[in-house]
Design a protein around this ligand. Structure first.
Ligand SMILES: [Zn+2]
Length: 60
């Protein structure tokens, strides 16, 4: 079964839906160890820590 839209949305209607994508600022968190700005669910690139655990080695 596939999705079957009842009415085709016009180009303007469709494009307007995608017009404001870049407006939202990506939600950033702070690393619990070094305090650097990190994306959620990502290893901190500054100190290599995720969930208060050392995950990757960071060269000094
Ligand atoms: Zn960090």
């Amino acid at each position: 079964m596939s999705i079957c839209p009842k009415n085709k949305s016009s180009k303007g209607h469709r494009d307007q839906r995608r017009a404001n994508w870049k407006m939202s600022v990506p939600s950033m968190g702070k690393c619990s160890k070094c305090g650097a700005l990190v994306l959620p669910h990502r290893v901190c690139k500054a100190c290599g820590t995720y969930n208060k655990k050392q995950v990757i080695k960071v060269e000094d």
